[in-house]
Ligand binder design. Sequence first.
Ligand SMILES: Cc1cc2nc3c(=O)[nH]c(=O)nc-3n(C[C@H](O)[C@H](O)[C@H](O)COP(=O)(O)OP(=O)(O)OC[C@H]3O[C@@H](n4cnc5c(N)ncnc54)[C@H](O)[C@@H]3O)c2cc1C
Ligand code: FES
Length: 341
Amino acid sequence: MPQENLKITVEQTNTAFQCASDDSILRGALRNSVSMPYECNSGGCGSCKFELVEGEVEELWPDAPGLSRRDLRKGKKLACQCIPKTDCIIKAQINAEIVPNVPKRISVTYKGKIQLTNDMAEFRFQADQPAKFLAGQFAMFTLPNIKGDRAYSMSNIANEAGYWQFIIKKMPDGKATHYLFNELQAGDELFIDTPFGNAYLREDNDRDIVLIAGGSGLSPVVSIARSITMNDVFAGRKVYLFYGGRGPQDICTPQLTEELNPLNIELVCYDAVSDEKLAKADNWNGPCCFIHELVEKKLGKTMPDYEYYFCGPPPMTEAVQRLVMIDYQVPFEQVHFDRFF
Ligand SMILES: Cc1cc2nc3c(=O)[nH]c(=O)nc-3n(C[C@H](O)[C@H](O)[C@H](O)COP(=O)(O)OP(=O)(O)OC[C@H]3O[C@@H](n4cnc5c(N)ncnc54)[C@H](O)[C@@H]3O)c2cc1C
Ligand code: FES
């Protein structure tokens, strides 16, 4: 069916925008600089819930975990998983914030990957236009014969030459990561839709910075570290980088931070592994604990003084969130995170 532009009106606000009939309502909103709340863009978090008042939509993933049974009973839907079929009237929250970078779909050519650990690699792509994004943001990948786009966070920084890099972890039985690690060939073309995400590096304060990553959460955190070391705004800051893996073989931060060029920042890196058996088997003599425990041990009472960026699987990000926001009462504005659903 030919693509057409449909009108989405947000009830009880002065907001209306055009959304293509093959675009999700969330992406349509963001492309028009309408700041609809969202986090994962992948159906997992539920932040983009809305009510359909009038019109028809197609739900791309009706069982998406972002909707609870209660939400389903109340007829709620996810803006990141709904494509309009007609003009629609919806009930949704619209934020006053500005959309930092309007996302668009671009073609990229795969150039190759650098293996970082047994199951993690940095993938490199090239586009024929400048790579515009903020450190910490992510792209949605459309992959052949895979239902639903996947989110991957950039690990490099914005550049005029059109380079895009992503640190990706291969998941056991994962469909997209199987394709990326085993089938994608140098020279292949893919479509990515980007940039998305609100856990980007802020320049509006002079606090020292704490970066925390678990597993594949390393990608945006490395992008933020790379961006900090290239930007004079951050001169003189202290930056902590905490990385947690299961076993010693997951630790690749020394390799990644070695190439950083810390102009005049003080970069302190701490790694921890959580699996005692793996730690013993590989003679690990560093900390063996969850990464949020190491953060508390190292920063203690000074915790409220920092700006925080953290990413990784939901159990890790939720533990860090509890530590930072509940136990140490760090103000909401100082905390930026992405859960990798
Ligand atoms: C904001 C964000 C940033 C991320 N950044 C990174 C990163 O930098 N590096 C990295 O390695 N991983 C990242 N991830 C995780 C990544 O998006 C994938 O979830 C992961 O690679 C597993 O994908 P898979 O297809 O291999 O696994 P599978 O188990 O096959 O798929 C799991 C994921 O696919 C999605 N999914 C499943 N079924 C459907 C469906 N029917 N329709 C739509 N979606 C569906 C869900 O998001 C689910 O979590 C990020 C996730 C998010 C939300
Ligand atoms: S943004 Fe739609 S479910 Fe997370």
